[in-house]
Unconditional design. Structure first.
Length: 286
């Protein structure tokens, strides 16, 4: 429960959790100083927890992945503020990774073990499963074992240590369509472990920072201006390290229409991995 007069800023543990603790706290401090409201960091265990926090009024801001953003918009729990710009783009891809020399195509991995990031992660779970469905495969039985590692770094570690044979994470492509950075690289683009990318799927609209519906319009406008042009150099550096964003752009719901269409195509084949029972979050409309 948030303290009276404070506003939670939520993010899930999708990248380096330990590094993000201090970075997020400092970012909230700088944001608070500039917009005239007190923000505190909330590190959610799952993407689903971000949506629940917005719904309960515990969070005023949330950094959400694309599918979760669509669900939150449909449930009218929050509105879109900004999307990160990475390598000059507001789009990215899902990358399927293997250890070097173990496979050259996704079909070779039928019946093998896979690591996903989170049940709500677009590039780390949902988009690959929807892709399998549109290829005519049963996404629920294609792999012999599925684990959820909880972060992009976690799936790469599970692959590197041999717990799984394949993992999914995010990636950015160069001008020739080759994956160059992603969940297996550090902030400078250097590989954390040796891997091979056997497929890239997308594009997928970038994640978003969302503002809860209960925030006052004037405060929301101040927050938006801050993200579009952070006055402090340190704030821009923190956004680059934490969200891997070189800048932010204001975003509208149309940003997610390509992903909506993929979800609809997948649903037409009976595959809806984003849907959960026992939650008040409204699934995307067919």
């Amino acid at each position: 429960m948030r303290a009276r007069g404070t506003i939670g800023f939520g993010l899930a543990r999708a990248l380096d959790f330990q590094a993000s603790l201090g970075q997020m706290a400092e970012l909230c401090e700088l944001l608070s100083k500039e917009v005239g409201a007190v923000f505190y960091p909330h590190h959610a265990l799952t993407y689903r927890e971000l949506a629940s926090g917005l719904e309960r009024g515990e969070l005023g801001l949330a950094w959400t992945p694309p599918v979760t953003a669509i669900e939150i918009l449909d449930a009218k729990l929050a509105s879109l503020l900004v999307t990160p710009v990475r390598r000059g783009s507001t789009l990215y891809h899902s990358a399927l990774l293997v250890r070097p020399g173990t496979a050259t195509s996704l079909l070779e991995l039928k019946g093998r073990r896979v690591a996903w990031v989170d049940r709500e992660s677009a590039t780390g779970h949902l988009v690959p499963k929807m892709h399998l469905a549109t290829m005519g495969h049963d996404a629920q039985t294609f792999f012999s074992q599925e684990i959820f590692a909880g972060s992009h770094i976690g799936v790469v570690e599970a692959l590197f240590t041999g717990r799984v044979d394949l993992c999914a994470t995010f990636c950015k492509l160069d001008g020739g369509g080759k994956p160059v950075t992603g969940g297996w690289t550090d902030g400078d683009g250097r590989p954390i472990h040796p891997i091979e990318v056997i497929a890239s799927i997308g594009p997928v609209p970038n994640d978003a920072i969302m503002a809860a519906s209960w925030l006052e319009p004037e405060l929301r406008a101040r927050i938006l201006r801050w993200f579009l042009d952070p006055p402090a150099t340190r704030a821009r550096k923190l956004l680059a390290d934490l969200v891997r964003a070189e800048s932010c752009l204001a975003v509208t719901p149309s940003h997610y229409e390509p992903l909506r269409r993929l979800m609809q195509q997948s649903a037409a084949r009976g595959v809806t991995p984003w849907r959960r029972t026992g939650t008040t979050i409204v699934p995307p409309r067919p």
